[in-house]
Design a protein around this ligand. Structure first.
Ligand code: 4AD
Ligand code: MG
Length: 504
C-alpha cells in the first residue's frame, strides 16, 4: 500500500509504511506528515480516539523516524495529496534522533556532504522523478523509432573527444582510459544494425568547476547509417520534443514542487531555430538582433535594472530590520517581517550573483573572436535570447573533433551541430555527420596528435562498406538541469562526481 494509491481507498482502513517528514502537536492531537517515497500524506493521531500507547508513540516520533501507520483514509482537498489519515494504530520502527537536515536553510556544501540524506527532501525527490521520466522517455523514443540499444565499453584504449580530459586507469599493466564517449564504437555498431543508441556513464577529467560539468555523467548516443547532418538535426528536434512532452504529461506535480515555469517547456512544440556558426556569432556580438532583442543591449539594460533592484532590496531589508527592533511589536508581526527579510535576502543573493555574472557575459560577448569555439558565457549570451532550444551547425573545423565531416560546400567548416537549451543554459547535445573520406580522416588523426594504431579498427569502417552516417550525444544531466531549471548539474544525479567531490 502506497500513498500514491490513497484515492482508491477512500473511507477504508489502510496501513502505510514510511518516514516522518514533519510533525507538530497541539492539545490532544499529533499531526504527522508521512513520506513513503511515493508521496506525502498528513496522518492525525487523536488522543480521544486511539489507545494511549499509540498516542504516546506518535508523540515520540521525530523527523525521519520510520513508522508503520494504520488508519482511515479521509478525502480532504486542503491537505497535501488531497487525503488525510485518521490514525487507529501506529508502530515505531526506528526512532531517529537529531536528523542533520533540519527545516532551516543549509549551505549547498553541507547538503552535498549529506547527499545520502538530502535525497529524501521534497525538491530532490521531485528532480529524481523527473530524471526517471526522462530516462524512460529516451528509451521509449528510440525503441519506437526502430533503434537497437547497444553498449559501448567503458575501458577504452583511445581518446574520442581529445586527450586532455581522460581518466587513466591500469588495465593489467597497460594504460586504459575511462570512456569519454561511446561514439566510435557506436559507428561500428550502426554499420551492423543501421540505427543504434548507447546509454551509459561517461567520464571527463577536466578540472572544471562550472555549473555544467560533472566528472561522471550519463550520455545517450544514437548513431544512424545513411543520415546526413540535416537528418540528424531533424532527429534531435523530434527526440527532444518527445522527451519534454513526456515530462509535461507525467510530472506536472513535480514541476510545480520545484516551481518550474512550464510555459517555457510548452514551447517545445515550436520549431527549433537552426543557425550556422556564422549567424550565431553575429548574434552574440550584437551585430544581429533576435526577436527584436539585441544580445549586448539587453544585457546592459538588465545590469542596470539588477543594480537598481539591489538598492531597493537593501533599503527594504534595513527598513524592516529597524522596525522589528522597536520594542512592543507583536510576536506575529515580528515573524511576518522576519519572513519577508529572509525572502529579500534570498533575492539579494541572487541579484548579487547576476551583478557578478552579467559583466562577465558582456565582456565575453564583446570580445568574442570569430573562429573560436563557444565558451559557457557565449552560450549563455546566445540562449538567453531564445525560448526554445536552438541548433548551431557548420563550425570552423579546427575547433571541433577529428571525426566530423568537412562541409562539402565550404572546407573551412565541419558538419558538427550543437543543440543549446534556452534561458541561458547552453549546450545539451553535441553531434554531427561523420567524416567518411579515409585520407581526410587520417590527416585529422595526425593533426590532433592521436596514435594512428589505436584508430586502425575505426578506419576499417571507412574501408569496408563506408556510408554517410551521423549521430549525436545528449548529456542526461544537462537536460534534466534545464527541464528543472536548476542552477547546477550537481542536483540532477543521485551521487554527483565532480572536481573536488568524490563523497558520499
Ligand atoms: O559535445 P560532447 O563532448 O560530444 C561527444 O562526446 C560526441 N562524441 C557525442 C556524439 O556525437 N556521439 O558531449 C556530448 C554532450 C554535451 O552536449 C553535454 O550535454 C554532455 O555530453 N557533456 C557533459 N555533461 C556533464 N558534464 C560534462 N563534463 C560533460 N561533457 C559533455
Ligand atoms: Mg560538445
Amino acid at each position: 500500500m502506497y500513498i500514491k494509491d490513497l484515492s482508491k481507498f477512500e473511507n477504508q482502513l489502510v496501513t502505510l509504511k514510511g518516514w516522518v517528514a514533519n510533525k507538530r502537536e497541539s492539545k490532544g492531537l499529533v499531526f504527522i506528515v508521512l513520506r513513503d517515497g511515493t508521496g506525502l500524506c498528513q496522518c492525525v493521531a487523536d488522543a480521544n480516539n486511539i489507545d494511549e500507547s499509540y498516542f504516546n508513540d506518535a508523540r515520540k516520533t521525530t523527523l525521519e523516524t520510520s513508522i508503520s501507520i494504520t488508519g482511515k483514509v479521509i478525502k480532504d482537498e486542503k491537505q497535501i495529496g488531497g487525503y488525510e489519515i485518521a490514525i487507529t494504530e501506529l508502530e515505531l520502527i526506528q526512532v531517529a534522533t537529531d536528523y542533520p537536515i533540519a527545516k532551516k536553510e543549509h549551505g549547498v556544501e553541507f547538503l552535498m556532504d549529506h547527499r545520502h540524506l538530502w535525497l529524501r527532501s521534497q525538491r530532490q525527490w521531485a528532480i529524481m522523478r523527473i530524471r526517471n521520466t526522462i530516462t524512460f522517455a529516451i528509451h521509449k523514443f528510440f525503441q519506437q523509432e526502430g533503434f537497437i540499444q547497444m553498449d559501448a565499453p567503458l575501458f577504452t584504449g583511445n581518446a574520442v573527444e581529445g586527450t586532455s580530459t581522460l581518466f587513466e586507469t591500469d588495465f593489467y599493466g597497460d594504460p586504459a582510459y575511462l570512456s569519454q564517449s561511446g561514439q566510435l564504437y557506436g559507428e561500428a555498431m550502426a554499420m551492423a544494425h543501421n540505427k543504434i543508441y548507447t546509454f551509459g556513464p561517461t567520464f571527463r577529467a577536466e578540472k572544471s568547476k562550472t555549473r555544467r560539468h560533472l566528472s561522471e555523467f550519463w550520455m545517450i548516443e544514437p548513431e544512424m547509417a545513411f543520415h546526413d547532418i540535416f537528418d540528424n538535426m531533424d532527429l534531435i528536434e523530434r527526440f527532444l520534443r518527445a522527451v519534454v512532452l513526456d515530462v509535461l504529461a507525467n510530472n506536472k506535480p513535480e514541476l510545480a514542487m520545484i516551481e518550474r515555469d512550464i510555459s517555457i517547456l510548452e514551447n517545445i512544440t515550436k520549431p527549433f531555430p537552426r543557425l550556422t556558426y556564422d549567424e550565431a556569432v553575429k548574434i552574440i556580438k550584437g551585430e544581429v538582433d533576435v526577436n527584436n532583442k539585441n544580445a549586448i543591449v539587453s544585457l546592459e539594460e538588465e545590469l542596470t535594472s539588477v543594480v537598481n533592484r539591489i538598492s531597493e532590496v537593501e533599503a527594504e531589508i534595513k527598513e524592516r530590520e529597524d522596525k522589528i527592533k522597536v520594542p512592543g511589536m507583536k510576536k506575529g508581526e515580528i515573524g511576518f517581517n522576519q519572513a519577508k527579510i529572509d525572502k529579500l535576502k534570498h533575492e539579494l543573493n541572487e541579484l548579487e550573483e547576476q551583478s557578478r555574472n552579467i559583466p562577465q557575459w558582456l565582456s565575453s560577448a564583446r570580445n568574442f573572436e570569430y573562429g573560436n569555439d563557444f565558451g559557457g558565457s557565449d552560450e549563455t549570451v546566445l540562449t538567453r535570447l531564445f525560448d526554445v532550444p536552438i541548433m548551431v551547425y557548420n563550425w570552423p573545423h579546427e575547433v571541433k573533433a577529428f571525426y566530423l565531416k568537412r562541409d562539402p560546400e565550404n572546407s573551412k567548416f565541419a558538419r558538427g551541430v550543437d543543440t543549446l537549451a534556452p534561458e541561458g543554459y547552453g549546450e545539451i547535445v553535441g553531434g554531427g555527420e561523420r567524416e567518411t573520406d579515409l585520407d581526410l580522416l587520417i590527416g585529422k588523426i595526425n593533426e590532433h596528435g592521436l596514435p594512428m594504431e589505436a584508430f586502425e579498427w575505426y578506419l576499417d569502417l571507412r574501408r569496408y562498406g563506408s556510408v554517410p552516417h551521423a549521430g549525436f550525444g545528449l548529456g542526461l544531466e544537462r537536460l534534466v538541469a534545464w527541464v528543472c531549471k536548476l542552477p547546477h548539474v550537481r542536483e540532477t544525479i543521485p551521487f554527483p562526481r565532480m572536481y573536488g567531490r568524490l563523497k558520499p
